[in-house]
Design a protein around this ligand. Sequence first.
Ligand SMILES: Cc1cc2nc3c(=O)[nH]c(=O)nc-3n(C[C@H](O)[C@H](O)[C@H](O)COP(=O)(O)OP(=O)(O)OC[C@H]3O[C@@H](n4cnc5c(N)ncnc54)[C@H](O)[C@@H]3O)c2cc1C
Length: 399
Amino acid sequence: MAQLSNIAIVGGGIGGLTAALALLRAGLDVDIYEQAPELKEVGAGVQISANGTCVLHALGLAEAVERVSSVPNAKEIRLWNTGQTWKLFDLGAASVGLYGYPYVFMHRRDLHAILAEEVLRLKPEALRLGMQCVGIAQSKTDVTLRFGNGDTVRAALAIGADGVHSKLRESLFGAASPQFTGCIAWRGVVPMERLPPQVSRRCGTNWVGAGGHVVHYPLRRGELMNFVGILERTDWQVESWTVRGTTAELANDFAGWHADVHAIICNVEEPYKWALMVRPPMPRWTQGRITLLGDACHPMLPLLAQGAVMALEDGLVLARCLKTYAGDHVTALARYEAARIARTSRCVNGSADNAQRFHNPNLGNAAGAEAYVTQEWQPERVKERYDWLFTYDATAVPI
Ligand SMILES: Cc1cc2nc3c(=O)[nH]c(=O)nc-3n(C[C@H](O)[C@H](O)[C@H](O)COP(=O)(O)OP(=O)(O)OC[C@H]3O[C@@H](n4cnc5c(N)ncnc54)[C@H](O)[C@@H]3O)c2cc1C
């Protein structure tokens, strides 16, 4: 016998939980169906810029975020081999002054836990674990979801927040055909006390070099250092967050890079690697009573640090649309798409453009790098690249 629920969210990741919380706060009823048997996120960091913390503050999570995040007191660019350093604008206090909200670094598990705790406080039975959605169908009046364990659920609306390999996207629009970028990414987390003092600073660092770049920043109020290393390499094409590599392979990929980079690499005990794929922006996210959010509809390369932030914005804007146009899902979902597709498409394309910028051939030698970095990271250009992102207010954008 099928159960009837109001709004069904498939996927309890950052986007699904944000949408659930925003909907519950708007007085709408939701259930979240997550395939994992227990609630846990991968061990990795995430940067949340002002446009994302704006959403978290609006959802009442300002204090919880402050408790577990790191606020950078600087951001810098460093050259891959010499370590030459260029200071960028201060993102910590300056972000609040410029954009109204802080720029923070968080452990994904902490962000996920904060969202989940608040969802469960508002609706203790909202989250159904071990529920892998394997099929979806809709009629004029409702949506039916089928799960791998044989359960069936009926809902008035369904939201696919099921990530980059979205089952719901495939059901609505067919299989995506991702293109391999020619880049792979390594990630890992290191206890801060293992790092030398010149590396373990409260600073976000972006190392740039011809054919690769490395980003590292502190997590959990400075207890951990998050490491992401991206480089051009074509012999690995598995798009997965959970495939492990070895520390030796990671070190070999960054052979010749500065000792400060290797001071982190040699302490990454569990390095994970995955292939970076691109998918072109989608012109539509909705069909009838089913829509998508987050990586399910706009997966992007992690080169603008906006994937999770866009999922936060999506969740809040979608909840506002469903609340404002309650009873008229056609208008609500059309307004949601109208508010979100152009912006997220710009992020998808902007992230891809950053691969050219961060891996530019000019970065191969110190003289070329000096001219290139000075030109590309001059304050006006940086402002141009980021202001449109950071000034967006998901709580007030017209819907
Ligand atoms: C290395 C790296 C660094 C990044 N850094 C940043 C950053 O600094 N800032 C930033 O904003 N973004 C960053 N991102 C991007 C960000 O992590 C993603 O955009 C974000 O996680 C998307 O959230 P989501 O909720 O849409 O999808 P996900 O986080 O993938 O969540 C999807 C959920 O759906 C569940 N699911 C999947 N299929 C089913 C199914 N069939 N049935 C039920 N449940 C299902 C999954 O188990 C999962 O819990 C980074 C990404 C990478 C890879």
